[in-house]
Design a protein around this ligand. Sequence first.
Ligand code: DAH
Length: 341
Amino acid sequence: MKELLQELRKSALEAMAGADSLEALESLRVKYLGKKGELTAILKQMGRLPADERPVIGQLANEIREQLDEAFESRCKSISQMLLEKRLKAETLDVTIPGTYVPIGKKHPLTTVLDEAIEIFVGMGFCIAEGPEVEFSDYNFTKLNTPEGHPARDRQDTFYFTDDGSVCLRTQTSPVQVRVMETSPPPIRIISPGRVYRKDEVDATHSPMFHQIEGLVVDKGITMGDLKGTLDTLVQRLYGEGTRTRFRPHHFPFTEPSCEVDVQCFECGGAGCRVCKGEGWIELLGAGMVHPKVLEGCGIDSTVYSGFAFGIGLERMAMRRFNIRDMRLLFENDVRFLSQF
Ligand code: DAH
């Protein structure tokens, strides 16, 4: 039995020394030292030995087990070390290999102009409000003093969702005014940028989807002078100091008085050119003093508070800012076009 054990030690040590992977080593450990391994198999036969030999053999078996355990551990370490070295060698970093080219994106011109406008308004103390694009006609029209039957509600111009016309794609960002006034008491100072929808044929200056920036200020003692000062500041910051505005009387159901605001042509400075079609001025936005009916409808006392509102077309602003002649270019997303800005 002694010989058997020594034989086992010899072959196990040799085998482990020759193992060249952790998997091979582990299967040797199982083969020799495992519960069903060779060492156990030999020890099971101890019972057959004379009693006085048992302790001697037992001691030898323990010695061998320890020896093999140690051999296993140390081979395990050296294989791991070997693998690590191999990996380090294989993974050397070649800093001279050219990197992968990642094209850098740019802001869409609409986003650029929107970000600029937001910065200017936030600088004047405005907050940003949001409203849904799928809107109740009540909010898009009725509460904005545009009752049923009003030509602005025409089915030919508005995308309605329901036969009764109670839900539509908002045609303007103005319903956000109502949502804000209904939920927050004055003082109010918000802008609300977003998409709006109208049944327009696509051409160089029309799209069934476009963007507006709504503005609303409600407080005690707000006048048309505040509106003018705010819009003048916007225009000077956007188009350069000294750029002038012109207020023309107009009609909107939800403001009284209402106006349209033109900006001095940035191309010719007002002399008249192709860009402004000889006018010297370019239409920029609609605005006015919030109609008392609209204030009252939102639960705001129009004898105490007054306010102004405006709605700017973002596409128009971007086209002016970057001298883009055709609105379709803004939506086609041709990278050759977009990468110019
Ligand atoms: N909602 C108007 C439009 O789409 C623009 C507008 C005009 C908004 C006057 C306003 C305003 O807030 O006071 O044509």
